[in-house]
Write a protein that binds this ligand. Sequence first.
Ligand SMILES: NC(=O)c1ccc[n+]([C@@H]2O[C@H](COP(=O)([O-])OP(=O)(O)OC[C@H]3O[C@@H](n4cnc5c(N)ncnc54)[C@H](O)[C@@H]3O)[C@@H](O)[C@H]2O)c1
Length: 325
Amino acid sequence: MSSITRRCVTTAPRLAQLAIAAGKSVRPSRGYPVVGSSIAIGIRRVAGSSKAFYSGSATDRPTLLPEFSLKDKVIIVSGGGRGLGLVQSEALLEAGATVHAIDLLPVPAGDSEFAKVAKRAGKLGTSLTYHKLDVRDVETLNETVEEIAGKHGHVDGLIAAAGIQQETPALEYSREDVDKMMGVNVTGVFMTAQAVARQMVKRKQKGSLVLIGSMSGTVANRGLICPAYNASKAGVIQLARNLAAEWGEHGIRVNTISPGYIVTAMTAGLFEAFPERKRDWPNANMLGRLSYPSEYRGAAVFLLSDASSFMTGADLRIDGGHCAW
Ligand SMILES: NC(=O)c1ccc[n+]([C@@H]2O[C@H](COP(=O)([O-])OP(=O)(O)OC[C@H]3O[C@@H](n4cnc5c(N)ncnc54)[C@H](O)[C@@H]3O)[C@@H](O)[C@H]2O)c1
């Protein structure tokens, strides 16, 4: 029992006596932060003091914001070999998680960015492990996720960041290319979330799944011709709402992060081919600049941790105000 809980439990009888003496009800109420016994929850309302709602001062807590801690949590990150997935993996490690990256790329070399982050994980007292696989290979995906859950006895979260991008005018798009886009960005994300949720349900444990969408799932980008990509990201956002609706009863939360333009390998190729975009794209948002993967670290930790415990079926759009204009 934490010191926070202990305090509420020991304070409850005294407050109950005061409330009963004042002729007030001490019936437990629903919808308040649950700390301590149900009687303590009812009493906090009766007491009427905002202080009574707090479970302790900052100095009572082990860290400043313990609800952001991912200590002892096991999290899988698809697309964790590089880019946004790798940067978010590092944030999860810093918050205390054990991270398993799954990615199509060859096993990273010893001097790669991935290897540097994996080395740092060791110094942080945790670990980052690489699993080379294609999220479209559903059998291997399920085997790998089951193996990870079996090794640790649990799996607590997912970031589904594996994705591809293709710029082709709609009149020229081939069926094969559309199928590939949907296969990775929608079916691949769906099957990854399913594989992780299956383990959570089987083990009767709660968890949090974060699917990486895009602001392009909400708006069509001016000057960037990606009909299939944008449709796939709209699919990811809608998929998350439906998974959240189905899996809420198991205590599994599902949300999306919708980034604006990020400087990663995915966009670097476009900037080489169309240098004017490096000038034009920043002007399309309210902050007048492109974003960096590091600007999505906090959102990943927030959504995977208890800091967002009442959040599900939501889209966290982080786009410098691009879609608000
Ligand atoms: N870069 C941006 O501007 C931007 C903006 C909004 C959303 N996003 C999304 O963020 C996510 C990460 O993108 P990024 O910019 O880091 O790009 P990235 O290309 O650097 O990273 C994507 C990763 O996914 C992996 N991957 C691709 N297909 C896979 C498959 N079939 N199986 C397993 N792994 C696969 C790649 O190998 C790569 O490591 C993507 O979902 C992307 O759509 C990116």
